[in-house]
Design a protein around this ligand. Structure first.
Ligand SMILES: C[S@@+](CC[C@H](N)C(=O)[O-])C[C@H]1O[C@@H](n2cnc3c(N)ncnc32)[C@H](O)[C@@H]1O
Length: 262
């Protein structure tokens, strides 16, 4: 993600409407305690950690992107939040923590990993006995806006610029029972696992929807500068066909959300 897109992403992180809805959804299924030490995996620019910081004792938050962490430190510093650069797919990330955390959240992060298993095992490793996690990730579904955006580079019109393009987005292809199996293999006992899948329609005005989608178009950097605007507009149109009567855009995805206790 380049600096301009990162700024826009950061502004979206400050969109209280979305952040507060995310906080409410998490607290509904995994209440937080004032004494909790919380780990957030894939914290991005820190919008979620900032909103959660009042509910807990401390937050350790990490992201693989140094630029995201720099933005988080600048925009969402907190006396009880520590930001680090680390890779959620690397088992050594979790080894250094030991069984330290009361709660772990991986919010919209697992679909960026080649395989979510290492992360789930890491979460299990760094939770205290009795500790709980909340994870969500996007799943494959017809009409998925995000899959549409990541598939767009393969459109023949742009193929000449996309040699060697590797899609970074790995929506979950299994069912919720397949995901329960991954949690089970990571060590979580099945009676303490809750898992659901649901369609999420994000209803945004066109400017916000466009800004949001553009943050996901890293492939546009392969296109010559004078064609990037055209590329992004076309990718956006191809992935966001659904509109409300008032002309707002509906971004569709299928989500899987799970809580589990160690
Ligand atoms: C959609 S953002 C979610 C940000 C935040 N959790 C929230 O919900 O507002 C996904 C984040 O996952 C991060 N990410 C992708 N791969 C990662 C990895 N291997 N390790 C850690 N973070 C990763 C990205 O850099 C990005 O900041």
């Amino acid at each position: 993600m380049d600096a301009v897109e990162l700024r826009k992403y950061c502004l979206l992180g400050q969109n209280d409407e979305i952040a507060l809805r995310n906080v409410r959804d998490i607290l509904e299924v995994m209440p937080l305690e004032k004494s909790d030490k919380l780990l957030e995996i894939g914290c991005g620019t820190g919008g979620l950690s900032k909103h959660l910081s009042g509910y807990v004792k401390s937050i350790t938050a990490f992201d693989v992107s140094p630029a995201m962490i720099q933005e988080a430190r600048e925009h969402f510093p907190g006396n009880n939040i520590e930001y680090h650069v680390a890779d959620a797919g690397d088992p050594s990330t979790y080894k250094k923590y030991g069984a330290f955390f009361d709660k772990v959240i991986a919010h919209y992060c697992l679909h960026w990993l080649k395989d979510p298993s290492a992360c789930l095992q890491g979460i299990y490793h760094c939770l205290k006995p009795g500790g709980r996690c909340f994870v969500n990730m996007q799943c494959e579904v017809a009409e998925d806006t995000f899959s549409g955006i990541f598939a767009y580079p393969m459109n023949s019109k742009w193929a000449e610029y996309m040699e060697g393009y590797e899609c970074p987005y790995n929506a979950f292809k299994g069912t919720k029972d397949d995901f329960r199996k991954l949690l089970d293999e990571a060590g979580f006992k099945s009676q303490y696992v809750h898992c659901k899948t649901y369609i999420e329609d994000l209803d945004l005005d066109e400017t916000t929807a466009k800004a949001y989608c553009r943050t996901l178009m890293g492939a546009k950097n392969r296109v010559p500068r004078d064609k990037q605007e055209e590329y992004m507009n076309e990718a956006f149109e191809s992935a966001t066909k659904r509109k409300t009567e008032e002309g707002r855009c509906i971004l569709t995805s299928k989500l899987l959300a799970a809580t589990a206790q160690k």
